[in-house]
Design a protein around this ligand. Structure first.
Ligand code: PLP
Length: 390
């Protein structure tokens, strides 16, 4: 995937890179479709249905393409459910940690599946959502209590987790209301970790599967990452479906947007304080927040780790946060003011989280279509900053 992205970038450089107003996220339709085709292969081979987790990737201008392959979206509340309903127009699965009286009716109207986090919430709202939408499927998110996530901040099954119902808190009164059960226990993980979770999940909960129509295996399956064991995933799903006679859903976010595009920025200034520091017109804090939260180091096109190539710089953001730093990178040639710096793999969990912190401009959203044409989908400006303040 990475090689393909680099090749496409070269095409872009020759043609249009210099005309792009930065900062700008660019999603490559071809790479997105490659991911979708692989996910569709999993669907066809395993019989599972795959839906998009909007939390990780919500570039709705691509939904006409995404909806050709995936069955719908998973939403985490009213706004994501509305976006799925209005723009994706297939199945809407809405989960919330806690639904509110003033939103539950509208959610019920536009959702095909509603997933509650606790028996308390489920028993409170089950009848109400059925009255509004008799066809709605009701599910409970359970917590399999098997922790495999690498980082605590992304661990849905960590200590004191509020995400999902543990076997201890399971209330059999929900059984007459539910058609399915959900779990979401993985984060950027392989099929071997899913296998581990399934063992614990089945051990504790299989006794409740009898009248269920589906089990949702959540997200965090790194299906489109090089080296992911797709055949193992397919085997696990098929085995599960046969054993329990249920539909299986997967709801990845990251795997949909994985390695599908870049964030292009420009060098605004270079200062020197015991090392060269390049100031870019983007921000780690505002535009690529997972690089600070996870944390991870974003790859930069043409760059290597510090001191590997001839010219080393600290790449930094244009906000006043001292820690707004992408990291130290080295280049074959000295950076100049106006040069473009391109961060790779900046589509999933980036623009869905971006902010106007410190009055910084939101990056534009663009697509390179399959004819290699750049389309700027959206530009943002002062009004986005002002409108969310008062
Ligand atoms: C975040 C989330 C997903 C998607 O996870 P990825 O790691 O992006 O695949 C799926 N389901 C639920 C309930 C989530 O919270």
């Amino acid at each position: 995937m990475r090689t393909i992205l680099k090749k496409l970038l070269l095409n872009l450089e020759n043609h249009i890179l210099n005309s792009i107003k930065t900062p700008c996220y660019i999603c490559y339709e071809e790479l997105l479709e490659n991911n979708l085709k692989l996910l569709d292969y999993v669907q066809k081979k395993s019989g599972a249905k795959i839906i998009l987790a909007l939390k990780g990737f919500a570039m709705w201008s691509t939904f006409p393409l995404v909806s050709k392959y995936l069955h719908g979206c998973t939403a985490s509340g009213l706004y994501e459910a509305r976006l799925a309903h209005e723009e994706f127009k297939k199945e809407v699965h809405t989960y919330s940690l806690a639904f509110k009286d003033e939103e539950i009716d509208e959610i019920a109207k536009i959702s095909n599946h509603i997933v509650f986090n606790s028996p308390n919430q489920l028993l409170k709202y089950a009848q109400r959502v059925k009255n509004i939408n008799p066809n709605i499927s009701i599910s409970l998110r359970i917590n399999p209590e098997h922790s495999v996530s690498p980082e605590e901040i992304y661990n849905p099954c960590g200590i004191y987790s509020r995400l999902g119902t543990t076997i201890k808190n399971f209330d059999e009164a929900v059984l007459e209301h539910i058609d399915g059960l959900n779990f979401h226990a993985l984060c950027e993980q392989g099929a071997d970790k899913l296998e581990e979770v399934l063992i614990v999940f089945e051990e504790n909960f299989a006794k409740y599967f009898k009248n269920l129509k589906y089990i949702n295996f959540g997200g965090g399956h790194h299906i489109t990452k090089e080296g992911y064991d797709v055949d193992k995933l397919i085997k696990l799903i098929k085995k599960f479906k046969i054993k329990y006679d249920v539909e299986v859903y997967l709801e990845p976010g990251e795997a949909v947007g994985w390695q599908t595009g870049v964030l292009v920025s420009s060098v605004l200034d270079i200062v020197d304080n015991q090392m060269k520091i390049a100031i870019l017109d983007t921000s780690a804090e505002a535009h690529m927040p997972d690089t600070l939260a996870m944390p991870y180091r974003a790859e930069v096109d043409g760059a290597s780790v510090a001191n590997d190539k001839k010219y080393t710089y600290r790449l930094t953001g244009n906000t006043c946060l001292a820690g707004d730093i992408m990291g130290n990178y080295s280049f074959d040639e000295a950076l100049k003011i106006g040069d473009k710096v391109i961060f790779l793999d900046q589509i999933h969990y980036t623009f869905v989280k971006s902010t106007t912190f410190n009055g910084i401009k939101l990056p534009s959203l663009a697509i390179i279509n399959k004819e290699n044409k750049l389309k700027i989908i959206k530009n943002f400006g002062y009004k986005e900053y002002k409108n969310r303040l008062s």
